[in-house]
Design a protein around this ligand. Structure first.
Ligand SMILES: [Zn+2]
Ligand SMILES: [Zn+2]
Length: 281
């Protein structure tokens, strides 16, 4: 079976590699088809398309859209999107504006907790690209407030902690609409990471499917073997296609390296067999 990795991040959002470096690394990992899915931005895709052509690796232009649903942040992948689609671009501009406001609020809250200078530091670490919580996390590690990124999230950036700011991202329905307008397939990312009750998860997936969503990540860099099993059944129950992605962010990635990512279970219907899927090569 071809090796698909349909979820990775470049420097255009919070990854540490440029799109060209990411393509080279994917090639080194034995990936046959790679999607770059930066958070709420498509800026890395044109460089990636050229690099993928040169490296002779299959490429899928993608995005990972931030959504607020039932007070939770949910991530939705758009795969095989047309990055130039006006409706998609107008949608993600709204999220990018909110991201700036959120960065300011996180910084103010950290300052109140006795940690000044976070916004300037996060901006420096983002190198002119969009600011994410990962950039704040690296700053807090640098300053010795935590030993690693994982600990930062636990101590500072989640609900009831000093740097937590509630999300006000896209609606589930509108994000699916943007992805569809851009000719893409909507896929729920890393479902095991959401703190939703079984009932809420079912509700969310039913709305997702009824609005035209087609897939769910069964294999993710952040999924355990039992998560994979669970979401294989969930995908089958909802008639969703299964996706596979490492969520690789570069060397400091918190999740499994693409080289060690398990294959999709045999009884899954891979998202790349969907009738609207086009091999990019
Ligand atoms: Zn995500
Ligand atoms: Zn991701």
């Amino acid at each position: 079976m071809e090796n698909y990795d349909l979820h990775t991040h470049s420097k255009a959002s919070d990854g540490s590699l440029t799109p060209t470096e990411l393509i080279a690394y994917a090639k080194h990992c034995g990936t046959d088809v790679l999607a770059i899915t930066d958070h709420d931005i498509t800026d890395g895709l044109s460089e990636a398309i050229t690099a993928a052509n040169d490296a002779e690796i299959g490429f899928v232009p993608g995005i990972e859209i931030s959504i607020t649903w039932a007070h939770q942040t949910i991530h939705m992948l758009g795969l095989h999107i047309d990055p130039d689609n006006a409706e998609l671009q107008a949608g993600i501009k709204k999220i990018q504006a909110y991201r700036e406001i959120r960065a300011q609020r996180i910084s103010e809250k950290l300052e109140k907790a006795g940690i000044p200078g976070a916004l300037a530091a996060a901006k420096r670490l983002a190198e002119g690209n969009i600011i994410s919580r990962t950039h704040f996390a690296h700053f807090l590690v640098e300053e010795g407030h935590a030993k690693d990124v994982k600990q930062v999230f636990k101590r500072f950036l989640v609900r009831n902690k000093p740097g937590y700011v509630a999300g006000e991202w896209a609606d589930l329905e509108e994000a699916i609409q943007w992805i569809r307008a851009a000719g893409g397939l909507a896929v729920i990312a890393h479902p095991a990471r959401y703190q939703l009750s079984a009932n809420k998860m079912r509700q969310m997936l039913a709305i997702f499917r009824d609005c035209g969503g087609v897939g769910i990540e069964v294999v993710s860099g952040s999924h355990s073997a039992s998560d994979i099993q669970r979401f294989t059944h969930v995908a089958e129950y909802f008639g969703l296609y299964a996706s596979r992605g490492s969520d690789y962010h570069g060397k400091h990635t918190a999740y499994a390296d693409p080289k060690r990512l398990p294959a999709l279970p045999e009884n899954c219907r891979p998202v790349w067999t969907h009738s609207d899927w086009y091999a990019a090569r």
